[in-house]
Write a protein that binds this ligand. Structure first.
Ligand code: ADP
Length: 380
């Protein structure tokens, strides 16, 4: 007995539904594969044992390998060295990685002895679906050799230029200082010369500050700044900063107060950077305050010290607060523009803060004043 027309139609429809269902899955797979393959970054997925399960064309290109990577051990194909030419133990790092991790400082060595700078990002993923899904890791690789060499050239240039400029600037500064002194002693009254010398002195000091910022910046960006923790007597540090900056503050009719926690003990961190960070905040506070006072405070907290530099100055608008730590940022406020500045100070400060794991936050109200909070932890 033959099938009725209706039955045949139902069967045919079921068959189509079945094949459509199957080809949906393979279509999805194809789409994903072509998506991964069209990515400009190298992609490698590895399983828990460190074997490669997925790779794309860009990864083959970067690794300079023609054959398939599937099933090969990651350690064998991706041999990386760090800044100090030490081999990077990727498998160790991978098993320790619980969250996403990335580095721009590793190099890949090729068989012919050449190297490439790589950006490597690593994240744990589930390579299968469901509770029992296989666990694994996905690596993104990008060749950043060109970017790196441009960055290095720029930093090298800044570092050489700032170094070369230091000597002539120091000599000019000394000579202008001398000329002012001799002029003072000579008893000649010439307001024109006096003012010219004063201006020259101010400008040369500004130039020397800017060059210091540039030099520190290039060293920080090249990652060659070293942190050498030592024991700091916080009490003595703040009193020292107070006496150092009181003359500058007094010139503007400002006062520098110190607010010390009596419980305060020794802080273990880089004295040089902690001091430089505080100095940057204090000089800014003096610069951007017309009347009132600057208070430098220190409070003992768990595992460190919380410093505050508070001023009664021009304040920073909400919109600008997000930008003050950006490179070369200076507020449009005309009162900012009345002062010399490069917009590098706070950017460098933030770089230094990162080196010693300090956290910085800012509270400010326009026309009322600003407080910069610096939490510096004890380093081992
Ligand atoms: P610079 O002082 O050379 O311009 P900084 O990086 O030190 O550069 O500061 C960036 C900007 O942040 C300043 O130009 C100013 O607009 C603002 N700023 C910083 N400190 C203060 C402060 N204490 N009060 C008001 N504005 C400030």
């Amino acid at each position: 007995m033959g099938m009725s027309k209706k039955e045949t139609a139902v069967r045919a429809a079921k068959k189509i539904a079945h094949t459509v269902h199957r080809s949906d899955a393979s279509l999805e797979r194809e789409r994903l594969t072509s998506l991964i393959n069209s990515m400009a970054d190298g992609v490698l997925a590895i399983d828990e044992t460190g074997k490669i399960v997925i790779s794309n064309g860009a990864a083959l290109n970067i690794l300079d390998i023609n054959s398939t990577l599937s099933g090969r051990s990651l350690n064998k194909v991706l041999k990386l060295v760090d800044k100090n030419n030490q081999a990077v133990d990727l498998s160790d790092l991978i098993y320790k990685t619980k969250t996403q991790f990335s580095s721009r400082d590793w190099r890949l060595s090729y068989q012919d002895g050449s190297t490439a700078n790589l950006y490597v990002s690593l994240a744990p993923v589930r390579l299968g679906y469901g509770q029992e899904g296989m666990k694994g890791y996905v690596l993104l690789l990008r060749d950043i050799t060109r970017e790196k060499s441009l960055e290095e050239e720029r930093d090298e240039f800044i570092s050489v230029v700032s170094h070369e400029l230091r000597t002539p600037i120091a000599i000019s500064e000394g000579n202008i200082g001398n000329a002012e002194f001799i002029f003072e002693k000579s008893g000649i009254t010439n307001p024109g010369i006096k003012e010219a010398l004063k201006q020259a002195h101010e400008q040369i000091n500004f130039l020397s500050g800017m060059i210091n910022d540039l030099a520190t910046l290039s060293r920080a960006e090249r990652g060659v700044l070293q942190v050498e923790p030592e024991s700091i007597n916080v009490h003595a540090l703040l009193l020292d900063l107070q006496s150092l900056y009181t003359p500058d503050a007094n010139k503007k009719g400002l006062e520098i107060k110190v607010d010390l926690d009596p419980e305060l003990e020794i802080l273990q961190t880089s004295k040089l950077y902690a001091r430089e960070i505080l100095q940057n905040f204090i000089t800014n506070a003096i610069k951007y305050t017309e009347k009132g006072h600057i208070t430098v405070g220190a409070k003992s907290v768990k595992d460190g010290v919380r410093f505050t530099v508070t001023d009664t100055g021009i304040g920073i608008s909400k919109a600008d607060q997000e930008k003050v730590f950006d490179k070369f940022f200076r507020s449009e406020d005309y009162r900012t523009r009345q002062n010399n500045g490069t917009g590098l100070g706070l950017y460098v400060t933030m770089k230094l803060a990162r080196l010693i794991h300090a956290q910085i936050s800012l509270d400010s109200e326009l026309n009322k004043g600003s407080t910069f909070n610096i939490l510096i932890p004890n380093l081992q």
